[in-house]
Design a protein around this ligand. Structure first.
Ligand SMILES: [Zn+2]
Length: 297
């Protein structure tokens, strides 16, 4: 009987230990991977959105609220990328730790410079980028300030782990620097290359490697291509030397396929997040696989 009591006490202790775990929720997969790199085995991180879905229009599952109820820290992309699905979940989860002004809430868009900030907000036209382009993490140079913000937040919340988080952060930063050297050598040949993309999702990447964006298949971010707009794009294709059409994994690709076939332009399906394609399994291989697809021809 005494033996059974000990087992019982042991189980209770085990449950208590687990409940003290640092519980982090991120909205997208790429941030979860950066958190894993810095938080290591001292944190448990869960990303809400499946990276095969359109990041603007995630359909929440009931399990999202349950996960958010026990979270110590919520990390978001911000710049309105989650505006259509996250605010009501935060309200419903009713967890004081992760409300907008709480210490356990981190908006990564505050640590980078956004591009394409419109002079006037044009949501009436259906634009899903009213505050500027929210897909900033696809510039690999923006991974530095993002990772630093995550490191600083973890240290602020759990100062007892400062040395551990700092070591992991420095290791992550060194690896990123090494990878960037390789990426930039491979990217030289893309300078000046003209591309068309479906949604304005790869703009930061295009800018970083000095490619040139000639046009988009969506007339406005979030508005599907109309036949009238596609005719405009065809005019553009006739005037410019377009090398690639860039398509994400979740939007319909019929317009891109049609133009690719008609004008003999290479269509590339690129991952936009960790897990969007099988070879993009972490933040480093996300950029590896984008760059491989653009440079392997
Ligand atoms: Zn977008």
């Amino acid at each position: 009987m005494k033996y059974l009591n000990w087992i019982f006490i042991y189980i209770i202790l085990l449950f208590n230990a687990n409940s003290k775990e640092i519980n982090i929720i991120t909205t997208y997969q790429y941030m979860a991977n950066i958190v894993e790199n810095i938080g290591g085995d001292r944190v448990k991180v869960t990303a809400l959105a499946n990276s095969k879905w359109n990041p603007h229009t995630i359909v929440p599952k009931p399990s999202f609220i349950a996960k958010m109820r026990t979270a110590d820290l919520l990390i978001i992309n911000g710049a309105q990328l989650e505006i259509g699905w996250l605010p009501q979940l935060i309200r419903q989860a009713n967890n004081p730790k992760i409300q907008f002004e709480s210490v356990g809430f981190l908006d990564l868009s505050k640590f980078v410079s956004l591009i394409e900030i419109p002079k006037e907000v044009s949501r009436a036209l259906g634009d899903v980028h009213p505050e500027g382009n929210p897909h900033y993490y696809l510039d690999y140079m923006n991974i530095f300030p993002i990772a630093e913000a995550i490191k600083n937040k973890l240290i602020e919340l759990y100062p007892e782990n400062q040395e551990y988080f700092l070591d992991n952060f420095n290791r992550f930063k060194n690896k990123l620097n090494e990878k960037i050297k390789i990426w930039e050598t491979n990217l030289i040949k893309l300078k000046g290359t003209k591309v068309i993309e479906y949604h304005k999702i790869f703009d930061y990447f295009i800018k970083r490697c000095e490619m040139s964006l000639a046009g988009t298949l969506e007339p406005l971010p979030g508005i599907p291509p109309s036949s009238r707009h596609i005719k405009e794009v065809e005019k553009l294709i006739n005037q410019e030397n377009i090398k690639f059409i860039l398509q994400d994994v979740y939007n319909p690709d019929d317009a891109a396929k049609y133009l690719s076939k008609k004008y003999n332009i290479k269509l590339l399906i690129l991952p936009h997040d960790v897990g969007a394609t099988n070879d993009a399994y972490d933040i480093f291989s996300l950029f590896d696989s984008i760059i491989d697809r653009l440079t392997n021809d």
